[in-house]
Design a binder for this molecule. Structure first.
Ligand code: GLA
Length: 398
C-alpha cells in the first residue's frame, strides 16, 4: 500500500470517528510551486506551476438535510482541531465571522456557496480534511483545500464538472466568499497538473499544455525552500499590486497587460510617464510573460539547465520591479546561486513563503546546506527544505 493510500485509510477512519458513519470516498488535491510566470495570472498572462507531493485529503459523504459539517484534524500545526456546522442555504459571503469561520472553514464553505451560486445541484455534506501542504508558506494550501472539496462534491453530486470549471469555481469561492483577490493559477494547478509535468497555462482562456519535466532523468533537482516567513495574500499588498496592473492596463487602453508584447514595452513605458508608480509593475509583467515563453522553448528543446538564469532573472524582477520579495527570499536566491545552483527564485505571491532552487543532483546537498547556514548566520528561523517532485493533480483515492 502506498503512503497516500495509508493516509487515505487514516483519514477515512478519522471521518468514522467524527461522524459515526462511513465516508463515501476520499479525494486528494495537491499544493504547488510555480516554476515561472509570477503575478502574471491576473494580467491574463502565462504561468507554469507544478503540483507537489503534498496533498490535502478530503473524506466526504453527502447529506440530505442541507447541513454542511466541516472538520479538520490540525495538520501542520496551522489549523486547529475544529468542527464547524453550517446550513448551506444560509451561506453568505457577508456573514459575520463565527468561531473558526474566518479561518480554514471559509474555503470549503465558499466552494459550496460558489457551486450553488452557479446553479449546480449540490446539497449538504460531511467533510473531514487532513493536509500535508504547509500553510502560509506560499504553496497553495488554500487552493488544495478548495479543489479537494470541489472534486469531492463534484463526485458526490455527479455534477460532471470539467477540471477548468472546477478551478474557476474554487477561485470564485476564494475571491467572492473568502475575499482574497487571487488569480486562477493555484486552483488550476491543483485541478489540472499531472505527474512528471509542469503545466503551461494561458490564463486568458485557460488553454493548457502538459510540458514533460523529468528532473530526475536529467540529473537535476528542484528544491523548495520554505522561509517560514508567513505570507498572507489577504493583507492588502497583493491587492495593491493587482490594482496597479489594472490601472496601467486602463491607462494604456488595453484589456490586460498580457497584451503588451516585449517589443512594445519601451513605448508602453513612455506612455505611462504620467503614472510612474505603475511603470515597474508593467516592466515585470511583460518581461515575466516573455520569460515563460523562453522557459518553454528551453524545455521543448531538451535544455532544462538553460532555464536556471531565467528563474534568477525572474526573481530580480519580482524583487526590484514588482517589490514582492523579502530579505529571507532574497537570501535563499543569493546563497543558493553562490553555492552553485543553476537558478533560484521566489515562488507564489511573495512577501514571505517559499523559493525554488534548480540544482544539479550532485550539488543538491551542498546547496541546501549553504542556504541553511546563510539563514543561521543572518539570525533567521531555520528554513524548511524539500524536493519539489512534479506530482499528480487532484484525484479520487478511494
Ligand atoms: C498567489 C495567487 C495566484 C498568483 C500568485 C502570484 O499564489 O493565488 O493567483 O497571482 O500569487 O503569481
Amino acid at each position: 500500500m502506498t503512503e497516500t493510500q495509508q493516509r487515505a485509510r487514516r483519514t477515512a477512519a478519522a471521518f468514522r470517528e467524527i461522524y459515526g458513519a462511513e465516508p463515501a470516498g476520499v479525494w486528494a488535491a495537491p499544493g504547488r510551486v510555480n516554476l515561472i510566470g509570477e503575478h502574471t495570472d491576473y494580467n491574463d498572462g502565462f504561468v507554469m506551476p507544478l503540483a507537489l507531493p503534498h496533498t490535502t485529503l478530503a473524506a466526504a459523504a453527502p447529506r440530505t438535510d442541507g447541513v454542511l459539517r466541516l472538520h479538520s484534524g490540525g495538520a501542520d500545526g496551522g489549523v486547529v482541531d475544529l468542527r464547524v456546522d453550517l446550513r448551506i442555504d444560509e451561506l453568505c459571503p457577508a456573514a459575520p465571522p463565527q468561531a473558526g469561520w474566518a479561518g480554514w472553514a471559509a474555503y470549503p464553505a465558499g466552494v459550496v456557496w460558489a457551486m450553488r451560486e452557479a446553479g449546480l445541484p449540490v446539497g449538504g455534506a460531511d467533510l473531514h480534511f487532513d493536509s500535508t501542504v504547509p500553510t502560509g508558506a506560499g504553496l497553495s494550501s488554500s487552493a488544495a483545500l478548495e479543489v479537494a472539496t470541489a472534486l469531492a462534491l463534484d463526485d458526490l453530486y455527479a455534477l460532471g464538472l470539467d477540471r477548468r470549471r472546477l478551478a474557476r469555481i474554487a477561485q470564485h469561492a476564494e475571491n467572492a466568499f473568502v475575499g482574497v483577490p487571487c488569480g486562477i493559477m493555484d486552483q488550476t494547478a491543483a485541478a489540472c497538473c499531472t505527474e512528471g509535468h509542469t503545466l503551461f497555462l494561458d490564463t486568458r482562456d485557460l488553454t493548457l499544455r502538459q510540458v514533460p519535466f523529468d528532473l530526475a532523468g536529467e540529473g537535476l533537482r528542484l528544491l523548495a525552500v520554505d522561509t517560514r516567513v508567513k505570507h498572507a495574500l489577504g493583507d492588502g499588498a497583493y491587492a495593491e499590486r493587482r490594482a496597479g496592473c489594472e490601472r496601467a492596463a486602463r491607462a494604456l487602453g488595453i484589456r490586460a497587460l498580457r497584451d503588451v508584447a516585449p517589443a512594445q514595452l519601451p513605448d508602453a513605458l513612455a506612455r505611462l510617464a504620467g503614472v510612474p508608480d505603475v511603470q515597474p509593475l508593467v516592466r515585470h509583467v511583460v518581461t515575466e510573460n516573455h520569460r515563460v515563453a523562453e522557459v518553454i522553448a528551453c524545455l521543448d528543446a531538451g535544455r532544462p539547465r538553460a532555464i536556471g538564469p531565467l528563474l534568477t532573472a525572474g526573481h530580480a524582477s519580482l524583487r526590484d520591479d514588482f517589490t514582492v520579495s523579502c530579505p529571507e527570499l532574497d537570501l535563499v536566491v543569493e546563497a543558493a546561486t553562490a553555492a552553485g545552483a543553476l537558478g533560484a527564485r521566489m515562488t507564489g505571491g511573495g512577501f514571505g513563503g517559499s523559493a525554488i532552487v534548480l540544482v544539479e543532483e550532485a550539488d543538491a546537498a551542498a546547496v541546501g546546506t549553504a542556504v541553511t547556514e546563510a539563514f543561521a548566520a543572518a539570525g533567521h528561523t531555520a528554513p524548511r527544505l524539500f524536493e519539489a517532485v512534479p506530482s499528480a493533480g487532484a484525484h479520487r483515492i478511494t
